[in-house]
Ligand binder design. Structure first.
Ligand code: HEM
Length: 494
């Protein structure tokens, strides 16, 4: 850790020395320029999306604001037409995320982080079928069992009620573990998965992980030179687990509809080929394990935060909670306490609006990043974005912009009634991103979140309160407020 801190401080010194080189980069291009944002983040005990929101709010009417990430110029986009250009229209110029981790970091070689076009495209193409409606329908029995086990565990161990965020995190991690590895017949409760502790440690934001991300942003080569790995501590164990499960399952006749089924299919088909790019990739255990690992990284914290913010707002809004309870009770009464895929998909329209509004007000990923791969002119404002410039898409700030969402701090699920939703401009609602790199697990996430909330609110209600997070935990991308809490009380009907 000391070595990492030293490296980080050296990088900051290098920035300081080289900063003058780019000091008027944006001014020369007639773009409003703001400096010193990263220091506000590192020394301000806030999340980076909050820092970006302040810049966004300070320059109304500007299509973008020029900023710096360390010594590198970056552009914070304000206008949604420019957001559209970056995420979709000019995808060929902005397909990279620009988070360059150490290539030796086996678990970081996954569809979320990969920036090499051919490699990303083939993996995205091969993994997308896991999340189609028919695959999710087949997999639904796993999700339902996890929701049921979740409330059973809370009932058995009331300690969970004292730390609701922790309980939600265990639920989303367990539910992803079951979707990836299936459910072992011996396991009494899916929340007992032996992977939970490892995954929680691996994905919890820590000083070390924040520093490695910062170094990756400032000078990715340093990670390579010093062989610094973000997920190195878990590599051997996780790859080993995936290898063992694949080997054990190879002889099973019955399909389980989980991720391991897909791994077996991919390995049976042999070398993966993309005919447009000519890219070839072997579905080795390491490559598949990296994808599986990233379902946890991308999905556990985000889904837990979505549930957490939803419950927090329901505790602040008893009238909305009552409507949610009525809807849930009606469905449970009719399905004899066993949810089906179509119950969750079709019969919770109000819960759906509530979750969408929670994702609007508190997007778990508060900032999305892209990197320019070739000089490109943006449609509104007309600035030329040079190759290698980083683009910041300030999701949290856009979601709180009163031009798109009147009274943006008010929690109002009716913003997402069909007629109101149609009025929201394209690219002004981005909880899952947009365009070709839109969240791969979006449909699974929505199901998981709704199953968990439906089961929890069937059995529990919330004590009314008035608690709204104004600041978030320090994180580069995420909006987290895990210390905030609400009181869960068993419902008298159960
Ligand atoms: C509520 C929960 C979730 C939220 C809010 C969320 C949000 C996001 C966002 C904002 C992105 C970036 C999109 C972009 O750059 O345009 C993303 C990417 C991604 N997400 Fe999610 N996510 C969630 C759950 C999940 C789950 C459960 C999984 C997998 C099981 C998952 C897998 C991924 C992957 C693999 C990517 C990278 C896609 C690519 O780069 O091509 N996510 N997610």
């Amino acid at each position: 850790m000391f070595f990492l801190l030293l490296l980080f401080l050296c990088s900051l010194l290098a920035i300081f020395i080289l900063k003058n080189k780019n000091s008027d980069y944006w001014k020369k291009r007639n773009v409003v320029q703001v400096s010193g944002l990263l220091s506000k983040f590192y020394f301000g005990n806030v999340s980076l999306p909050e820092v970006y929101k302040k810049v966004y709010d300070d320059y109304p009417g500007e299509p973008y604001v020029g900023i710096f990430l360390g010594m590198r110029p970056a552009l914070l986009i304000r206008d949604v037409e420019n957001v559209q250009a970056v995420m979709a229209g000019e995808f060929q110029s902005f397909y990279k995320r620009g988070i360059t981790l150490n290539p030796q970091d086996v678990l970081a070689d996954n569809v979320l982080f990969i920036d090499e076009f051919g490699r990303w495209k083939i993996l995205r193409h091969k993994l997308s079928p896991i999340f189609t409606s028919s695959k999710l329908k087949n997999m639904f029995y796993i999700l339902e069992r996890c929701g049921r086990d979740f409330v059973e565990r809370i009932k058995q161990d009331p300690k969970n009620v004292d730390n609701p965020f922790e309980a939600l995190y265990s639920y989303t991690t367990a539910s992803i573990a079951a979707s990836v590895f299936g459910i072992d017949a011996q396991v009494k409760n899916t929340m007992d998965s032996p992977l939970l502790d490892m995954v929680k440690k691996a994905i919890a934001p820590t000083l070390k992980s924040n520093l490695i991300f910062a170094i990756a942003n400032i000078s990715p080569r340093l990670l390579q030179v010093f062989n610094l790995k973000s997920f190195g501590d878990y590599e051997e164990f996780f790859v080993g687990v995936v290898r063992k499960v694949i080997e054990n399952r190879r002889n099973e006749k019955q399909r389980r509809h989980d991720f391991i089924d897909i791994c077996l299919e991919l390995q049976d088909q042999g070398m993966m080929k993309d005919f447009t790019t000519g890219y070839e990739l072997e579905p080795s255990v390491e490559v598949l394990a990296a994808q599986a690992f990233f379902f946890f990284v991308a999905g556990a914290d985000t889904s837990a935060n979505t549930m957490h913010f939803t419950l927090l707002e329901l505790s602040n809004n008893p009238n909305i909670l009552k409507k949610v309870h009525n809807e849930i009770d009606e469905v449970f009464d009719k399905c004899d306490e066993k949810l089906t895929y179509s119950d969750v998909y079709e019969k919770f329209p109000y819960l759906d609006k509530v979750v969408k509004e929670a994702l609007r007000k508190f997007p778990p990923i508060g900032m999305i990043q892209r990197k320019c791969t070739k000089d490109t002119i943006l449609p509104v404002g007309g600035v030329r974005v040079d190759k290698d410039c980083t683009i910041v898409l300030p999701v949290y700030a856009i979601h709180r912009d009163e031009n798109y969402y009147p009274n943006p701090d008010v929690f109002d699920p009716d913003r997402f009634s069909p007629e109101n939703e149609a009025e929201i401009p394209n690219y002004a609602y981005l909880p899952f991103g947009e365009g070709n790199r839109i969240c791969l697990g979006m449909r699974l996430a929505r199901l998981q979140v709704k199953v968990g909330l439906a089961w929890l609110l069937r059995r529990y209600t919330l004590v009314p309160q008035s608690v709204v997070p104004e600041h978030f935990e320090p994180s580069v991308f995420a909006l987290r407020a895990s210390k905030y809490r609400y009181d869960l009380v068993p419902r008298s009907t159960n």
